[in-house]
Design a protein around this ligand. Structure first.
Ligand SMILES: *[C@@H]1O[C@H](CO)[C@@H](O)[C@H](O)[C@H]1NC(C)=O
Ligand SMILES: *[C@@H]1O[C@H](CO)[C@@H](O)[C@H](O)[C@H]1NC(C)=O
Ligand SMILES: *[C@@H]1O[C@H](CO)[C@@H](O)[C@H](O)[C@H]1NC(C)=O
Ligand SMILES: [Zn+2]
Length: 475
């Protein structure tokens, strides 16, 4: 689709006004470098000339591809705390050795010990844009799909679409419902009793299955290509269905574990849908096949499962459609959620609130329990609603903003749906087992109490946003 050598790439700080120009039909998405979102365009020369002549184009980078563009991949350094960065030598050599791994000659043949030159099609790459903390690469499709296994620890990757995408801001009318819920938000003792009943012992059981710590599930890794991710998907579907939901395993890309999408019906005839989600796929240390993903994102996954179990235990019926989703392919660039959000956009779904939970469990010694909300990607009104719900139902949480960003809620936000994220810390990532094969639940700093407090916020927001009915006392 983006074939030719000589293609022009424009990387420019995001601004809505960019989409009032000829660039809008050559848009390939927004990607982050630190706290700044950048928009990527592949304009033709005429459009680029026209745009350049009409704008001062501050901080824009234009590059020309020397080779035919293969799969474009954005890689970026994550928002990790300086205490974690101090544990590795420096980002530069780490990134350089990553590039070397991309081009490393492949050992071919079983008995002849020959090293063959790297083949462009299979191992080559072209570096199209680079800052100290982000880069845009063109790599083969197969390399792109497994690039997360080659990346240095505190970097993550996102695959760009192979065709231009639309820029869809969240329309005012989509935010109307959230604004009403926020304006009418008051403490409700029924909601408090429901959310307080979320079971920590149940969460401990659930996470130990997902990480393989129970010694029974046999799960070693929930990486999207690992066998364990399939085991986890079927298990999650069965557990959610036990709570009265109807679930589907939805494949989205060849080779990847499927999304697990579960729905509860509404008691009234409405198209409105509230969606809570997490990603169940995981990532381990470079070179290791173990990826227990206890915090990232077993914690978010067990939180939505705990919410489902509470819905069943309390006999809750909703006055709006409710969906609970466990996505795969997050670690390769939000691939599962992008597919699902596009699907919902295609059917013009009416998502009133979407909240992604990604990493809820880690609490650094000496810090209070926290709730981190995104300060870049997300819908302000949804973020405000979550903050105010937290103050009412989980006052033990210190609420603040985080630069750790861009989990699956970004996929929904990009499709014009009101969305936000909940995270374990009002600041950068400090979990020393982040993207590490040691990311287990049974370890220092893994705080089930904090997970419960954040799950209370998710469920209370769901109850207020969807409306609900409880069984009458005589039932
Ligand atoms: C949300 O909470 C803040 C802080 O308590 C408060 O000032 C604000 O009025 C609340 N917003 C709404 C819409 O209730
Ligand atoms: C629900 O409402 C829509 C739109 O008003 C209507 O077309 C549809 O028939 C209704 N469905 C049911 C089951 O009442
Ligand atoms: C979407 O849901 C909201 C909240 O219930 C409702 O007000 C609105 O009319 C719905 N929109 C559509 C297109 O069904
Ligand atoms: Zn994650």
């Amino acid at each position: 689709m983006i074939p030719l050598a000589g293609a022009l790439l424009l990387v420019v700080p995001f601004a809505p006004s960019l989409f009032d120009t000829c660039l809008s039909s050559n848009y390939y998405g927004n990607y982050n470098d630190g706290p700044t979102p950048y928009s990527i365009f592949l304009p033709d020369a005429a459009c680029l000339d026209l745009w350049s002549s009409q704008t001062l184009a501050p901080l824009a980078s234009i590059s020309e591809a020397k080779h035919a563009i293969q799969q474009l991949v954005w890689v970026e350094q994550e928002a990790v705390d300086y205490t974690l960065i101090a544990t590795i030598r420096s980002f530069r050599p780490e990134f350089d050795s990553f590039l070397q791994r991309l081009t490393a000659p492949k050992r071919m043949g079983r008995d002849q010990d020959v090293l063959v030159a790297p083949e462009r099609e299979t191992m080559g790459y072209e570096l199209l844009y680079q800052t100290p903390t982000a880069a845009l690469l063109s790599v083969s499709e197969s390399t792109a799909r497994t690039i997360d296994m080659l990346l240095p620890r505190f970097w993550k990757s996102s695959l760009l679409s192979t065709t231009p995408v639309d820029f869809l801001p969240v329309p005012d009318k989509a935010v109307k419902h959230v604004k009403e819920v926020l304006a009418n938000l008051r403490f409700n003792p029924d909601v408090a009793a429901i959310v307080d009943s979320i079971s920590v012992p149940q969460m401990i059981n659930d996470i130990r299955f997902l990480t393989g710590e129970d010694g029974v599930s046999g799960i070693v890794s929930r990486h999207s290509f690992a066998e364990g991710s399939r085991v986890a998907a079927s298990w999650l579907k069965a557990r959610f269905e036990e709570t009265g939901a109807t679930c589907e395993l939805q494949p989205f890309l060849q080779g990847f574990a499927p999304n697990v999408i579960c729905a509860y019906p509404s008691t009234v005839n409405t198209t409105a849908t509230v969606l809570l989600s997490a990603h169940y796929d995981s990532r381990g240390s470079f070179g290791s096949t173990r990826a227990p993903g206890g915090d990232d994102d077993g914690s978010g996954t067990m939180a939505i499962l705990a919410i489902a179990r509470t819905i069943a235990r309390k006999g809750i019926k909703f006055q709006s459609n409710v969906q609970l989703a466990a996505f795969a392919g997050e670690e390769q660039g939000l691939l599962g959620s992008k597919a699902y959000a596009r699907k919902l956009r295609d059917i013009d779904a009416n998502i009133t609130v979407m909240i992604q939970a990604d990493m809820l469990a880690y609490r650094k010694q000496g810090e209070p329990p926290q709730l981190g909300l995104p300060f870049t990607i997300g819908t302000t009104e949804v973020t405000q609603l979550v903050a105010n719900v937290s103050a009412i139902y989980s006052p033990e949480l210190k609420v603040g903003f985080t630069a750790a960003c861009c989990s699956d809620h970004q996929s929904f936000h990009e499709q014009g749906f009101p969305a936000t994220q909940v995270f374990e810390r009002a600041g950068d990532i400090v979990d020393p087992m982040y993207h590490n094969s040691g990311d287990l639940s049974d370890r220092e700093g893994y705080d089930f109490g904090q997970v419960k407090s954040i799950a209370k916020v998710q469920l209370a927001t769901l109850l207020h946003a969807a409306g609900y009915e409880l069984p009458s006392e005589s039932d």
